[in-house]
Design a protein around this ligand. Structure first.
Ligand code: SME
Length: 158
């Protein structure tokens, strides 16, 4: 593993294509989950400069804040609450182009304008979610969905 992330400029797909092998390199051979989640969100934050990106982990029927990059965030989210809790309940990726129009959206930062939440599914159960927030309205799209789902699949949660 090299020390510095190589940050590629280009369209979203090109940026993800450059980032994903580097994320693989960061986590391959490292068994510690928290270390791998921390480096994954750091790499995403460095590449894309989003307002906030992080994991929430399912613990005792709640989502509990895990490794993240960005402003402080709410610590616990119940199933069905906010974008994260809804993604968990529905076990599917949610792309929210305008957070103010999402009923029940939990505003951790007033700067957040759009959001994507990707559930991490193992043995048919959601065990975590990856959440990313942008200061730009309508930022996230199916390209982000495709690659972020690929990224969460790289991580061994055992
Ligand atoms: N907006 C999220 C809460 C988490 S923060 O954005 C970091 C939600 O509605 O679930």
């Amino acid at each position: 593993m090299s020390d510095d992330l190589i940050i590629l400029k280009g369209n979203k797909a090109e940026q993800y294509a450059s980032l994903i092998p580097q994320v693989k390199g960061l986590i391959d051979g490292e068994p510690d989950l928290i270390a791998n989640l921390a480096n994954t969100v750091a790499a995403l934050k460095e590449q894309f400069g989003w307002l906030w990106v992080g994991f929430y982990l399912v613990k005792n029927d709640e989502l509990v804040l895990g490794p993240f990059q960005g402003p402080i965030a709410c610590t616990r989210i119940r199933k069905g609450r906010g974008v994260c809790g809804t993604s968990w309940m529905q076990a599917k990726t949610l792309i929210v182009s305008d957070v103010e129009k999402f009923p029940g959206h939990i505003a951790c930062s007033s700067l957040s304008k759009s959001e994507i939440v990707v559930p991490v599914i193992r043995s048919n159960e959601v065990i975590a979610v990856l959440d990313a927030d942008s200061e730009t309205i309508n930022y996230f799209d199916t390209t982000d969905q495709h690659y972020l789902e690929e990224i969460v699949d790289l991580i061994n949660f055992n």
